[in-house]
Every structure is written in structure tokens, then in C-alpha cells.
Design a binder for this molecule. Structure first.
Ligand code: ARG
Length: 466
């Protein structure tokens, strides 16, 4: 006997080179609590099928619980000869309860249905953690938005398209535009979880199911799933749940990176829109004056890594025949990395956002510049009865005149307005301020202060409900 899970038909043990290649305990050991939970549930269905006596069942539960305690204490460790977490835990269980009782537990299950189930359980827990961390970031954005929506103190900033000044918007509106996609990411995690919960693979065996009269639904229920897999081949071979999880984590990374990039820009001297809190920024080893936005830069960088994890995983799955193939062992490291990355990134990023100081005066000064009120001129003309095609031309002519004169739209005299078009009466001045502009955009979803206050309430209600 080679001491392996699969020693019987082999005359000799595996070569050290094979063992080194095959070993996965250095990364799958973290699945231990999930493997033990699966074993507890599996022991119960073996007992239910009459394959374990009451005493044997009690002894297995005791032994598994003892391993769980040692794991929690950090003293349960794999041996270099263990191939994976499943093999290591079986070896340790045999040491704990003896080969007679311990050797009964493997009946009717395979590492193939085990690992698919454990991985789902692990990812479900981390989906929950990551969802909570994303909601913390949403809260931080909502708090910043609220602080800049106080009546009489609503901060206005230059809204951009193509990175050029486009139209003035409320800072709160812009911040909430980053919060909504993050809230959708949390929704995605919930959708994903419901799909995964319906499909516990335990009981699928190696690929064909079990002949021992075990009850997969009972195992599923005990492990917190809402159902068991209807197809044992699919249950052991499918990894779309991993790819989908990796996609959502990559999407979170990408969504965070878009805000990160803006914070980096906003903190430059040229923009001067925000100051980063000292505790959430870093210095330079040579330039004494430097204050660097490392958190958003790391966020931007780590988005690439999260995308890479998804891309690598899809490449592993592409064209892989059914059912289980050892290639599937490559599913874990990238996703463990995505989990670890987000669980360290999100709290730092949330702290950064929560402590940003926005310079409302600087943003307000720039908001109407760059002719960002030209659309307001055109829409004012439309309200006064001019066709939009003509109004667009007239407002464009105003911009051209301003460029010639080196001034902004509100600096044109009544006389100059009249020369451009008789339709441009002095009444146009009511929309030639950033405040007038944002106040006029008062349809649902618009940037008018009252609308943005409603939007903030709506976001908070949805965040509380998700
Ligand atoms: N450690 C493997 C994995 O993560 C499970 C073992 C399945 N091995 C096997 N020979 N069927 O996918």
C-alpha cells in the first residue's frame, strides 16, 4: 500500500517529480473547514442508508470535529506526501479514529463531487464577504454625496465627455454614478449565489452518481444549498460557477478602477479637486513634498490582475471534455487570488473615499468654463420657440465668438448676443450660470439638486434591501 487514496492497483509509489507537480495542499488547504462540513453531512447520509452504525457515526463526527478544532487552532497541517486537501484530511481522520471506522467514510463519494461542492461553499461565503465590502464602498460614496448635497451647499463640478468639459453636474450626481454599478455588482453576486445554491454536486460521485442509496438532497440541505445537482456529470465537470464568480470580481475591479483613475486625476495639481487624507496616501523616499495616490493606483493595477484571473480560467475551461479532468485543479488559485485581492483592496479603497476632501470652490469655478453652458443656451432658445437645429447653430456661433474674444459665454454683452441672433435676448442670462444649468435638468435621473436628493434616497433604499 502506497498510503495514497488510490494505491491498490499500483505496484510502487509515485515519483517525487509527479508528487511535486500533483500536490495542491499549499493552496487548497484553506478548503479544510468546507471539506470537514461535507464529511459530517456525508457521514449522516451513510448512516441514513444503513452503512454506518450509530456508534460509528458518533465516532466519525467526533473525529471530524477534532480535526476542525485543530485546524482552527492552526495546528492541523498537511504532510508533503499528501496530494490534496481531501487526501490529507482522510489520512488525518484515520489517525484520529482508526482505519476501521475512518475507512468507511469514503464510500459513495469522490474527490470530484467533493471538490466541486466545497469550492461552491467557499465561494458562497466569500461572495457574501465581498458583497458586504462593496456595500461599504457604496455607503462611503453615498455619505460623500450627502455631504455635498446640503441645501445652499450643493457642490457643482465640470461634467465631462471625452474628458472634455461637457455640462456642469453636481458632484453628488457624479459620485452616485460610481455607486450604482457597484450596487449592481452586489446584485450580481446575489444572482450568482442563488444559482449556485440550487446545485450541490455532493452525491454525483466520480461522474455517474452513487449506487449506495445515499440522499444528495439531505447533504445539500445540511451544507446550506437549496437543492442538489440534477446531472452528476454536470455536477462534477461544470466550472461556469467559477468563471461567473471570476467575472463579477473582475467587474468589481474594473468599476473601482474607473473611480480610482478619476481620484488620481482629481488629486493632481492641474485639477486640484481633491486632497487625499494623510493616512490614506503615501510619500516619496526622495522627494520630500510628494503625496502619492497609491491606493487608487493599486486599485487600477489590481483590476488588470482580476481580469487576468478570469481570462486564465476561461482558457483552462475552453474545449475541456466531460467529465472531470485534472486540468480542473487549476480553477482554484486564480479565484483564490481574486478573493484575496478584493478583500484587501476594498477596505483600503473605501477608507480612501470616505476621507477625501473635495475642493468645492475650485470645482465650481471650473464648472461653467470651457463653454459648458452652450447646451443650456441652445435649450433656452428651444424653450423660447427656436427649432433645435437653428438653436444649436446659434449657440455654436456664441462659442466661436467667445473663442475669438478669449472670454466665456456669460461675458458676452447683450449687444454681442443680439448681433449673433435677435432671438438671444438678455433673458438667456438666466441659464448662464452653473447653478441655473443644473437646476434646469430636473427630469428623472437628471442632475438637478432635488432629483439627486431623491436619487440618493433611492440608492440607499436599494442598498439596504439588496
Ligand atoms: N484536487 C483535485 C481538484 O482540485 C480533486 C482531485 C480529483 N482527482 C482525481 N484524480 N479525480 O480538482
Amino acid at each position: 500500500n502506497t498510503g495514497k487514496l488510490w494505491g491498490g492497483r499500483f505496484a510502487g509509489g509515485p515519483s517525487p517529480e509527479l508528487e511535486a507537480l500533483s500536490r495542491s495542499t499549499h493552496f487548497d488547504w484553506r478548503l479544510t473547514p468546507y471539506d470537514l462540513a461535507g464529511s459530517h453531512a456525508h457521514a449522516n447520509v451513510l448512516h441514513g442508508a444503513g452503512l454506518l452504525s450509530d456508534d460509528e457515526l458518533a465516532e466519525l463526527h467526533r473525529g471530524l470535529a477534532a480535526l476542525g478544532e485543530r485546524y482552527a487552532a492552526g495546528t492541523l497541517l498537511p504532510d508533503p506526501t499528501d496530494e490534496d486537501v481531501h487526501g490529507a484530511l482522510e489520512r488525518l481522520l484515520l489517525e484520529e479514529v482508526g482505519p476501521e471506522v475512518g475507512g468507511r467514510l469514503r464510500a459513495g463519494r469522490s474527490r470530484n463531487d467533493q471538490v466541486a461542492t466545497l469550492f461552491k461553499s467557499f465561494l458562497r461565503d466569500h461572495a457574501d464577504t465581498i458583497g458586504g465590502l462593496v456595500l461599504d464602498l457604496v455607503d462611503a460614496l453615498a455619505a460623500q454625496a450627502a455631504a455635498h448635497l446640503a441645501p445652499g451647499r450643493t457642490s457643482i463640478m465640470p461634467g465631462r465627455t471625452h474628458l472634455q468639459h461637457a455640462q456642469p453636474v453636481l458632484l453628488a450626481h457624479h459620485l452616485l454614478a460610481h455607486a450604482w454599478p457597484l450596487l449592481r455588482d452586489v446584485d450580481r453576486l446575489h444572482d450568482w449565489d442563488a444559482r449556485v445554491a440550487a446545485d450541490s454536486p455532493y452525491g454525483a460521485g466520480a461522474l455517474a452518481g452513487s449506487s449506495l442509496g445515499l440522499d444528495p438532497e439531505a447533504v445539500a440541505a445540511e451544507l446550506g444549498f437549496t437543492g442538489s445537482t440534477p446531472n452528476s456529470i454536470d455536477g462534477t465537470a461544470a466550472r461556469d460557477f467559477v468563471a461567473e464568480f471570476a467575472f463579477v470580481t473582475a467587474m468589481i475591479g474594473v468599476d473601482v478602477s474607473r473611480l480610482a483613475e478619476e481620484v488620481i486625476l482629481w488629486s493632481t495639481r492641474e485639477f486640484g479637486f481633491v486632497t487625499l487624507h494623510d493616512s490614506w496616501s503615501t510619500g516619496s523616499s526622495i522627494m520630500p513634498q510628494k503625496k502619492n495616490p497609491d491606493i487608487p493606483e493599486l486599485a487600477r493595477g489590481k483590476a488588470g490582475r482580476l481580469i487576468g484571473n478570469l481570462a486564465g480560467l476561461l482558457a483552462t475551461l475552453k474545449a475541456l471534455p466531460l467529465a472531470y479532468n485534472r486540468d480542473l485543479q487549476e480553477d482554484k488559485e486564480p479565484v483564490f487570488d481574486s478573493v484575496d485581492t478584493l478583500e484587501v483592496l476594498l477596505p483600503a479603497f473605501t477608507g480612501l473615499v470616505a476621507t477625501l476632501t473635495f475642493h468645492a470652490d475650485r470645482m465650481a469655478e471650473l464648472a461653467p468654463q470651457g463653454f459648458s453652458l452652450a447646451t443650456d443656451v441652445a435649450e433656452w432658445l428651444v424653450r423660447e420657440g427656436t427649432p433645435f437645429r437653428v438653436a444649436h447653430e446659434v449657440a455654436g456661433a456664441c462659442v466661436r465668438r467667445c473663442e475669438e474674444l478669449g472670454i466665456e459665454l456669460d461675458q458676452l454683452t447683450d449687444e454681442q448676443f443680439r448681433e449673433i441672433s435677435p432671438a438671444l435676448t438678455p433673458g438667456v442670462r438666466e441659464v448662464l450660470t452653473a447653478e441655473g444649468s443644473v437646476a434646469s435638468r430636473n427630469g428623472r435621473g437628471g442632475t438637478a439638486p432635488d432629483r439627486v436628493r431623491e436619487q440618493l434616497d433611492e440608492l440607499r433604499a436599494r442598498a439596504a434591501d439588496v
